[in-house]
Design a protein around this ligand. Structure first.
Ligand SMILES: [Zn+2]
Length: 201
């Protein structure tokens, strides 16, 4: 891609964008030339937003969601139902679930899923933190909302084994979600049905 006919700065931006998930070389080129023509203000705002997301966010010490305060607005809210914790793999899954407005409990972000093939074990994700959180808490239900794929199912099974002996009700999202998909890409209607139709694990 390093063509002599192209300015170095252009090549460099194409290369960086190409490293992003879902952005192939063609899209990287299109975005680069779009930004080249866009007002400087727009490019500056984008650059600043990228830096801010790295420099100005923290993880909530309770739910491990990405936030700008600790506890995050959900953990700190008086209006959330503290008897329920929904377990998700990634912060963006919370965004998807919140968008449905159907769920009013708390969350816990694992930051991954157990995957022996990729060398991710139970100790590599926020399971210990979850168990500490559940000990002596008033939580009555844990909803396992890990992705409906192999890793997500393995993680859900593992968590069920750990949590059900605590006398906490463990549920799993309903099977409306096609196997192999990821929560963050599910539409609101499918997600709402999956939460409403959740079943005992
Ligand atoms: Zn939180």
């Amino acid at each position: 891609m390093n063509q002599l006919s192209t300015a170095e700065a252009v090549n460099s931006l194409i290369q960086e964008l190409n490293k992003l998930p879902g952005i192939g070389p063609k899209s990287a080129q299109r975005l680069t030339y779009y930004l080249l023509r866009a007002p400087e203000e727009q490019a500056r705002l984008l650059a600043e937003a990228i830096l801010s997301v790295k420099q100005e966010t923290i993880l909530c010490s309770l739910c491990h969601n990405v936030a700008d305060s600790d506890p995050c607005p959900i953990c700190g809210s008086d209006e959330r139902d503290r008897s329920k914790i929904c377990i998700v793999e990634q912060p963006q899954d919370i965004m998807a679930l919140e968008h449905t407005r159907i769920y009013n409990g708390l969350y816990h972000v694992l930051h991954g899923a157990i995957s022996p093939t990729e060398g991710v074990g139970a100790d590599d994700i926020k399971i210990k933190e979850l168990m500490e959180r559940l000990q002596g808490s008033s939580v009555e239900e844990v909803i396992l909302a890990t992705n409906p794929n192999l890793e997500g199912e393995q993680t859900a099974m593992y968590l069920n084994k750990l949590i059900s002996p605590l006398g906490i009700r463990v549920t799993r999202l309903a099977r409306g979600l096609p196997f192999g998909t990821e929560l963050e890409y599910a539409d609101d209607v499918t997600l709402t049905r999956a939460i409403e139709g959740r079943q005992e694990f």
